[in-house]
Design a protein around this ligand. Sequence first.
Ligand code: CP
Ligand code: NVA
Length: 303
Amino acid sequence: MKHFLSISKCSTDQLNELLEISTQLKGLYKAGGNDPCLANKTLVMLFEKPSLRTRISFQVAMTDLGGNAIYIKPEDIGGIGKREPVKDMARVMSRYVKGIMARTFEHSTIIELAEYATVPVINALTDWSHPCQAMADVLTIAEHCGRIEGVKIAYVGDGNNVARSLGFACAKLGMKLVVASPAGYELDAKTIERANEVSAESVEQTNDPVAAVCGADIIYTDTWVSMGQEDEKQKRRQDFADFQVNAELVKSAPASAKIMHCLPAYRGFEITDEVTESPNSIMFDQAENRLHFQRALLKKLMS
Ligand code: CP
Ligand code: NVA
């Protein structure tokens, strides 16, 4: 594995290996140990969009592994692909650092970075996908459900980047994803087809949130308004009104169903405060696992 751009490009064995390394490193660090496998290595982190979890957890992960991270926002470098072509940026940065992580609007930007970089490139979210999030989510599911195979995730909300990466993770790792979205906001047919080619019936789409959560092990949601969609906020909030994860919807799921959200959460919109703070919510374990998964990813790609 040279880069980490999409779960759809990884094999099941590679994904399982990353999960195993995550668990090993999590145990080591919880016990007060350390693994300085990236001593004297630097990761550059390019962000076209805001971030709390991704930025901090990657920076801490690099420090924990003995390396360094440099945070760059577009204004520092005159924009990604604006002051100079992305392909030139990729080749220049490859002469300085041992890894490139980027959060971009267009997915094609990260693909171009990877095409021209001679060091590993990591997708830290694009408009199309969020693979680091989905793998941290799988780690969290394994810990809380005691298994991965056969787990049913009901994703209630926008068929967006987070839903797409979860779909690919389900297809590769033997889980089932049912996405419940309002008409016009479904996960695209091509993604569903690709996932179901890997594993038949691993991803399904419905417009009925109650049907989706029936028998679910996990209820998952994400913002109705992703970064870059701020102009559509009012319309989206109206269109998604019947797709809130609230106590009423949760009643249709098994009492043991866990609640997940990649965060940031907009309480009162895609999820209520009551459900966010309920005992079944595992969102903060999920957020913590970003760090544990990314340590494993950095170790695998850069050491
Ligand atoms: N979940 C997630 O990626 O959060 P940030 O946008 O804060 O990085
Ligand atoms: N779908 C959201 C995820 C945020 C982590 C977005 O792209 O803004």
